[in-house]
Design a binder for this molecule. Structure first.
Ligand SMILES: [Zn+2]
Length: 270
């Protein structure tokens, strides 16, 4: 499932083919993904110039010179294919640039989405309206987090997965960041001290940045026919490592929080 780093890597990969380019042709091969495509999608995209690629949480943003932004979400299985050898049945939206590149939004399980929003109303887009700051942005600081978590009884792990507190963090990255900051995942969010939050914020940034860089190092794959943007292997310290040793000499354990697996080390996380 594409997480924030995969979306960021995807956006950077797409930028090389789309920024400053005109979309010469746009086609949709079915009426919907998780929800219907905008009825004017093909009309708005065709002939539009792409001014900028961006990301908000796990959404990719394609800014057009028509005061509109195409917002895509990759859902569970979405990916963009660059210059594929053939257009397959899961390539639901296909763009052709003025330079002749073909970009196909492929989504076998169709949990993804595509929306068009007026540029000036981007922050009002429903999923963005109540969203907290970007974890890699300037507003995500230990002081902010201290305020946002004040008095909160739920576990810090669950608070960090709450999109209203910080945008776009997934289960893997929260497990890894809590381990790096040596914070128990089940500690009440409001009881994590400011000194610990001063470790946690950079830990979150580091885990995300390292994954983005790992994805970036496989950027050469983007030029490959049938290349798939945005998936890469990562080496986790606790995630998926139940029963294996932690670098501190402890043993990684697993329990379920909010319906999802938490991996942690009881020896070094307090
Ligand atoms: Zn440990």
């Amino acid at each position: 499932m594409p997480e924030l780093p995969e979306v960021e890597t995807t956006v950077r990969g797409l930028a090389g083919f789309l920024e400053g380019e005109v979309i010469a042709r746009a086609r949709v091969h079915r009426p919907d993904l998780r929800r219907p495509f905008p009825p004017d999608l093909v009309q708005v995209l065709t002939g539009a110039k792409v001014t900028l690629l961006g990301r908000r949480a796990k959404y990719g943003l394609i800014h057009l010179d028509r005061e509109q932004v195409m917002i895509f979400h990759l859902g569970m299985s979405g990916r963009w294919r660059i210059d594929p050898e053939y257009i397959g049945k899961h390539d639901h939206l296909v763009l052709e640039t003025g330079a002749g590149h073909v970009l196909a939004l492929n989504d076998a399980r169709r949990f993804g989405s595509v929306d068009l929003v007026a540029s000036e109303a981007l922050e009002d887009f429903a999923p963005f309206a109540a969203m907290g700051p970007e974890p890699l942005g300037p507003d995500f600081t230990p002081a902010y987090l201290k305020r946002a978590l004040a008095g909160k009884i739920p576990a810090i792990k669950l608070a960090l997965l709450d999109q209203r507190i910080v945008a776009g963090l997934g289960n893997i990255y929260v497990c890894e960041a809590l381990h790096r900051a040596r914070i128990r995942p089940d500690r009440a969010a409001g009881r994590v001290s400011l000194p610990r939050l001063k470790l946690l914020v950079p830990a979150i940034r580091d885990v995300l940045t390292e994954s983005i860089e790992a994805g970036g190092s496989s950027m050469r794959d983007y030029a490959r026919p049938d290349g798939e943007l945005g998936y890469f292997a990562a080496h986790w310290r606790v995630y998926g490592r139940e029963g294996q040793p932690c670098h501190c000499g402890g043993t990684v354990e697993r329990f379920v929080q909010g319906g999802r697996s938490t991996f942690w080390c009881p020896k070094c996380q307090r």
